[in-house]
Design a protein around this ligand. Sequence first.
Ligand SMILES: NC(=O)c1ccc[n+]([C@@H]2O[C@H](COP(=O)([O-])OP(=O)(O)OC[C@H]3O[C@@H](n4cnc5c(N)ncnc54)[C@H](O)[C@@H]3O)[C@@H](O)[C@H]2O)c1
Length: 305
Amino acid sequence: MSPIATGVSPTTTGTANLNGGDQVVDLAVAGQHTGPALADVPALDLFSLAGKAVIVTGGARGIGLCIGTSLLEARCAHVYCCDVLPEPNAEEWAKAKLVARRFGGKISYTRLDITNVDMVNEAFEQIYEESECEVSGLLAAAGIQQMIPALDYPAEDFRRIMDVNVAGTFFTIQAAARQMQKRQIAGSIVMIASMSASIANKGLTCLAYNTSKSALLQMCRSAAAEWGQYGIRVNTVSPGYVRTAMTDQLLAQRTDLEEEWLRGSMLNRLSTPDEYRGPILYLLSKASSFTTGADHLVDGGHTAY
Ligand SMILES: NC(=O)c1ccc[n+]([C@@H]2O[C@H](COP(=O)([O-])OP(=O)(O)OC[C@H]3O[C@@H](n4cnc5c(N)ncnc54)[C@H](O)[C@@H]3O)[C@@H](O)[C@H]2O)c1
């Protein structure tokens, strides 16, 4: 296996020999990891996940399962969905199975509570051990939401949100990064944060949720800084409002919210889970080989107002 560079030869110390050429070298890639020279990969193929496997938490429904399914369309060989629910949503799972058959990939389901650190480490060890292909990606999409006025927030509810959205997410990215480091996989970790990490939602009382999601932005930067030396990239995606079971629940509690949300969107609409396929595929694939430690707002312009 040889180190890769975009069109030039890296030296043994991992620095690049530019040879007077005018091509740009990706030192992180050149110094550490193997694979085809990226400059020779046709642009659309940079997004292919052929021969790779990806773990998706929150993979029983909603954004997690939608994106998991779309990874199969990008030729991912195996998508490992994990979620605390006993089984995935029947309708969405049936669709995922159809897509797997059509594109020749596999999708499987493991019941996993991400707040249980031992279970997370065990489940990930098992997935990495048994996978026939390199598990190069993790999408950490599991999360919970609650709308309670801050003055009334019960301590146990606040702790629960932090436990799932912050500690649980950390346990999953740590378990994945441990496996990647041990197996010398230049992997990509993507956490679903939220635009709520960067704003106070008007008319919404989601202090604990917003606080938990902003913690992910810092977790992303710090983990990326520590794990970059292993070629492991860490990024967050921050969606705007998405129509899923999570938001349906909020809208059922407060029917006036939808109008408020629409006013905040420059595109004057809410988003759908499939609109996150492109950004997340970019981050999980070679297309984003020099992207790490960054938050990616996909919010219909909401936070720009
Ligand atoms: N829907 C939105 O508008 C929106 C906006 C921004 C960010 N997000 C984030 O996107 C992610 C997916 O949300 P969604 O809208 O698809 O909601 P969802 O409720 O449909 O999906 C979340 C999944 O996480 C799982 N989960 C919860 N606790 C868990 C635990 N302890 N262990 C393992 N799995 C657990 C749930 O069972 C569920 O399947 C969440 O992190 C959410 O905060 C959603």
